[in-house]
Design a protein. Structure first.
Length: 186
């Protein structure tokens, strides 16, 4: 049986739970485009994939809490083996940059997967690797029943990174895919 990977395109197309905006780009649009391409790569390689937002208009929940709960409950009910949530980072410092990954615990199997995803992203994009960080308070990491990784692909507030994420989502997806492939067999 194929490995089941749940790909969460972070945030909703509109509030509640819309994402960050900078340089004319919206986080929820970038995460959707990367998620679509990542899903295609994973399916071609033999993984079974489910997307939290199968269309750009898919709106999950009526509040931040119900939006997050929908994603987690959908992955748990489906019986995903792994949960990957895609996001862009933001900072008041316009030069802040790089990719990082958040996990529930550094002793979780998700930590190794997160490190591999960051390596794949860094190799594909040249973004700096900000490392893996434990964030047990995040709902999507705390409430999933499977290893979960929240990937901050790059900074939307960094013009160079925002342009690359928005204009070359295939490259971002390929980097994440390469990292997943290092850790998880189809």
């Amino acid at each position: 049986m194929a490995t089941k990977i749940y790909i969460d395109a972070g945030h909703n197309p509109v509030n509640p739970n819309a994402g960050a905006e900078a340089h004319g780009y919206r986080e929820q649009d970038i995460t959707y485009e990367v998620a679509q391409r990542l899903a295609a790569l994973l399916r071609t390689a033999g993984y079974e994939v489910r997307l939290s937002r199968p269309t750009p208009e898919t709106q999950l929940g009526t509040s931040n809490a119900t939006s997050l709960a929908y994603r987690v409950n959908d992955a748990n009910t489906w019986g995903a083996d792994y949960f990957i949530s895609l996001h862009t980072n933001a900072s008041t410092i316009p030069t802040a940059g790089g990719s990082e990954a958040l996990v529930y615990s550094m002793s979780s199997p998700a930590a190794g997967l997160a490190a591999d995803i960051l390596t794949g992203l860094t190799e594909a994009t040249g973004f700096s690797n900000r490392g893996v960080v434990a964030r047990p308070g995040l709902y999507v990491l705390r409430r999933t029943r499977m290893p979960a990784v929240l990937v901050e692909m790059g900074f939307i507030t960094n013009e160079e990174e925002a342009n690359l994420m928005a204009n070359n989502p295939e490259l971002i997806a390929r980097g994440i895919f390469n990292g997943i492939s290092r850790s998880i067999a189809p």
